[in-house]
Design a protein around this ligand. Sequence first.
Ligand code: TYD
Length: 134
Amino acid sequence: MRKIKKVIFPTHSDERGNLVVVEGGKDIPFPIARLFYIYGGGAEVRGCHANRESEFVLVNVHGSCKLRVHDGKQEHEFMLNTPSEGIYLPKMIWKEMYDFSDDAVLLCIASTPYLSEEYIRDKEAFLKEMRNYE
Ligand code: TYD
């Protein structure tokens, strides 16, 4: 199984500000099939699912939020508040996003088109399946 990891994007900064570059297959470890972004929430917890097929890189491009993930063995938590950094999530990772600041914009970069059938939405079922997964 591929590992959850932080990815750092090249940033070009000068007196005009910062420009962050994200190239599919280079700065993130898959060709990009889809982007979506989440904003305008608050205290809600989002995600609460795992994906059988999709890999993701999550980047909080404005404000902040937290990410809690479970790989079947361990839980990890990340604070996302840096536009030039993302968290790579391989397939079969349980994910929850929460504590969104009012101004948070969470960019999600995915390796596949949207397919609702590839989602696992029951955490107990996910953990049970992961006991035999490699
Ligand atoms: P949902 O999976 O509940 O979002 P989150 O992971 O943040 O909890 O998706 C919300 C709605 O958006 C749901 O009706 C499915 C739809 N959707 C798409 O149509 N395409 C997509 O790429 C995504 C991620 C969601």
